[in-house]
Design a protein around this ligand. Structure first.
Ligand SMILES: [Zn+2]
Ligand SMILES: [Zn+2]
Ligand SMILES: [Zn+2]
Length: 782
């Protein structure tokens, strides 16, 4: 059945593929549906056990397309799976299975070269007869078949944070999505701070910052991620008995087959497990398997599969010797211990058996007290339906809080192998689910607290049926969220009796001197750190424990001041100034050049070598005087009375005027109309006569002095300076009577100056350049 909607969601923009799906439910086959820009398998929620009771036909969602390819062409698509691990998304080329995905896989890219010719591509999401888990769905998007596309760039996450000794996986995108060569390499700017491997996995080394650079193989595009390494968290050493290893089925792979031995491994590299040795009196690797074990002070207690309780000297174990005392006990018919944990707060050892009953243990004999029996099982969902449920982890923290990891099977539990973390009431056996984890659980697992950090560790066996991996997780006790520490072993490494000793901080303590914080880098107080467990202390005797955060002295931050700031002049550039740290001297922010600017140069008739240059610059820049037109200022031109009053009005900031001027020759709507009204209102303009102002008449020097005088005394209401002695000027008699006081004042203030030869020329006209000078002085001085 050709599905045009699928063509739309599965094609990248330039694609021309046609997708086909079988008719719905024909022989247990279901189509894929177009949804929100991708294709989604539609057999979610189908219980395939009902499709064919013989299980020969699973429920499957199928989509396919036929392509004609030329040499060198590639195939690209994106996929996502959220399912039980026994349900899978298969991908076939020409009926050959080329890949399969299951579990919880977020959107990822599949890419390969195609040979020239005709090919049938098929995607098939199959479900087995088991119940659903997670979304039980596969997703498909952006199928591309065609010429390879060149890389155009790469983008990596901007920042990441990791503790020393710990790891963090970086994520990145090679652009475009359909780029043919997606290979990248990584480098660290400072390997003494953080290292990075070829897969973008960063390991913190010491406190500090390092820049991780990702580089595409095609085109050499780069991007960077700033990695901050915080306080140290040395590897946690874990002890465990590796019980059931089913390798050997996979040729050429590490054979862990029935390694019934004690091992140590670190949580930062659980795969690098080191063997300590076999339980003594074992005649072969298959004998004397440990079911569960727990460390109490210097002794490891545990049960073996052949029904014996044992005590083992921990000091010897640490030295690589196994000094075991067996206490033969008869196993009860209903007693097969699987989990064991010690409550340090009450001094009680607890054991849980395969029937999910909780007992207290007598550490002398290994016998359990029948009266202490608590039925956890009775509380488990599905128990009454006869569905299997088991406990695959049991641990008690240092203050007596107990936790269990429960594996559930069947629909009542949400699907086969779903694991849930629960808190357990040791008094009653009642449990409260904290959350479902994203990992599946079966058997041969173990859980323990790190008494040094309070972290809960879980050795988890993914599944005994498909890729068999033993993972180590740190489990968040508040959310059940898992932090992946890596694989302990592949192909089924069942860890039992896992425990972490309480650190005695008795060796390998590092004293660290105080380091002052700088402007940009944080410092720390003096501290002592145990190199075994990573704990921090304020004193040499390690009595007062602190967290790493407690040692941190925050960076001080720069204290800046502005330096090298300079105003631009007519001929020289200015500078906004640099923000320079007065503590470390670093230039935090560079200033900007302010280009040289001479306002007078805008006017062709202004000569910058003349005396008025600074004044015309000033009045033009301040907007007190404008040119006669765009390019002419007319410095030698006369100034009319209207113009003068207008410039004073601008200097005053052009305030609102209440009444129009009373002068008959001041018409409405002229450039000076408002200014004259304002000047009259403030006693600055008095007119040539009582009724005329003569706005277009050239202003004389003595009139100008008078306007300015009134501006200062009447408008600014300032006390005038004592007038100068006018008797020195040859033409003193020519000064009008009304103007004498003002002229004497203006001369004293330097607004008016005499001419060579001793005249003052009070009735001479005032030029516009002279007015620029008057305005400049007036603005700066008053
Ligand atoms: Zn320690
Ligand atoms: Zn600084
Ligand atoms: Zn200038």
């Amino acid at each position: 059945m050709h599905a045009p909607e699928l063509d739309k969601v599965l094609n990248v923009t330039d694609g021309t593929l046609e997708f086909y799906t079988p008719a719905e439910a024909e022989d247990g086959y279901y189509p894929w549906a177009a949804e929100e820009g991708y294709a989604k398998s539609t057999n979610q929620g189908v219980d395939s056990s009902y499709v064919d009771a013989t299980y020969t036909i699973p429920s499957a969602s199928v989509v396919n397309t036929t392509v004609e390819t030329k040499a060198g062409e590639i195939l690209y698509f994106r996929y996502r799976v959220s399912s039980e691990s026994t349900d899978r998304l298969y991908f076939y080329i020409d009926d050959q299975q080329v890949n399969r995905w299951s579990g919880d896989v977020d959107w990822a890219v599949y890419f390969c070269q195609l040979e020239a010719g005709t090919h049938v591509l098929q995607w098939e999401y199959t479900k087995d007869s088991g119940a659903a888990r997670l979304e039980d769905t596969a997703y498909l998007d952006d199928v591309y078949v065609g010429a390879p596309k060149a890389v155009t760039g790469v983008e990596i996450q901007e920042t990441a944070s990791v503790a020393g000794y710990r790891r963090v996986q970086l994520t990145w995108d090679v652009l475009p999505d359909v780029a043919s060569n997606r290979e990248v390499t990584f480098t660290s700017s400072d390997e003494s701070v953080a290292t990075v491997d070829e897969n973008g996995l960063v390991t913190g080394v010491t406190q500090g910052e390092a820049v991780i650079t990702v580089t595409t193989k095609d085109g050499g595009f780069t991007d960077t991620c700033l990695v901050s390494v915080t306080g140290d968290q040395p590897p946690v050493k874990i002890y465990g008995f590796v019980h059931c290893l089913s390798a050997g089925r996979q040729d050429g792979l590490p054979a862990w087959w029935l390694k019934t031995h004690w091992y140590t491994f670190f949580d930062t590299n659980p795969g690098g497990a080191e063997e300590i040795g076999m339980m003594p009196d074992a005649t072969s690797d298959e004998a004397v398997s440990v079911l569960c074990a727990e460390l109490v002070d210097d002794t490891v207690y545990g049960y073996t599969m052949d029904g014996r309780f044992f005590a083992m000297d921990f000091d010897s174990l640490q030295r690589g010797e196994l000094s075991v005392e067996y206490k033969n006990i008869t196993r009860y018919d209903d007693f097969y211990p699987t989990e064991m944990s010690y409550d340090h707060s009450t001094g009680t050892m607890y054991v849980i058996n395969y029937l999910c009953d909780l007992y207290e243990v007598n550490l002398e004999t290994g016998e359990v007290d029948p009266d202490s029996r608590r039925e956890i099982y009775g509380y488990l969902p599905g128990a009454n339906d006869g569905l299997m449920t088991c406990i695959v982890g049991f641990a008690i923290d240092m203050i007596g809080n107990a936790y269990v990891m429960i594996a559930g099977f069947g629909a009542a539990w949400g699907g086969n192998g779903c694991s849930r973390l629960a808190s357990l009431d040791l008094e009653t056996g009642e449990y409260t689910v904290i959350g479902q984890t994203t990992a599946q659980a079966y058997q041969e697992q173990s859980m323990c607290f790190d008494p040094n950090t309070g972290k809960l560790y879980w050795a988890q066996w993914q599944t005994p049926y498909s890729p068999e991996v033993m993972n180590l997780f740190i489990v968040d006790t508040e959310t059940a969220v898992l932090e992946d520490c890596g694989k302990i072993g592949e192909y089924g490494a069942g860890v039992r009796g896992m425990f972490i000793p309480l650190c005695e901080h008795d060796s390998n303590v590092k004293a660290v001197e105080e380091r002052a914080a700088t402007c940009t880098e944080e410092g720390h107080t003096a501290y002592w750190q145990c190199q075994t467990c990573g704990k921090y202390f304020t004193d040499e005797k390690l009595t007062i424990e602190i967290s790493w955060e407690d040692t941190v002295i925050p960076a001080l931050g720069h204290k800046t001041e502005l330096r090298n700031a300079k105003e631009a002049t007519c001929t020289e550039d200015g500078y906004t100034g640099d923000e320079v740290c007065t503590v470390c001297g670093e230039t935090v922010k560079e200033g900007q050049v302010i280009p040289a600017n001479c306002p007078s140069k805008a006017f062709a008739d202004l000569n910058t070598d003349r005396w008025y240059h600074e004044y015309t610059d000033y009045v033009i820049a301040k907007g007190l005087m404008n040119g006669m037109d765009e390019t002419h200022f007319a410095p030698e031109g006369s100034l009319t009375r209207g113009m003068l009053v207008t410039t004073l009005y601008r200097l005053a900031g052009e305030p609102e005027v209440a009444e129009p001027a009373t002068f008959s020759d001041v018409k409405a709507g002229r450039y000076y109309t408002e200014a004259v009204a304002w000047a009259e209102e403030n006693g600055i303009a008095k007119g040539i006569t009582d009724t005329t102002f003569c706005p277009d008449k050239a202003v004389t020097r003595e009139q100008a002095a008078t306007f300015l005088y009134r501006y200062v005394t009447e408008y600014l209401e300032q006390e005038p300076a004592t007038g100068a002695d006018l008797s020195i000027y040859t033409d003193r008699e020519a000064i009008s009577k009304f103007a004498r006081t003002a002229v004497a004042w203006a001369t004293a203030e330097g607004l008016l100056q005499g001419f060579p030869g001793g005249s003052l020329q009070p009735r001479g006209t005032l030029t516009r350049a002279q007015m620029a000078k008057l305005l400049t002085i007036l603005d700066q001085k008053f």
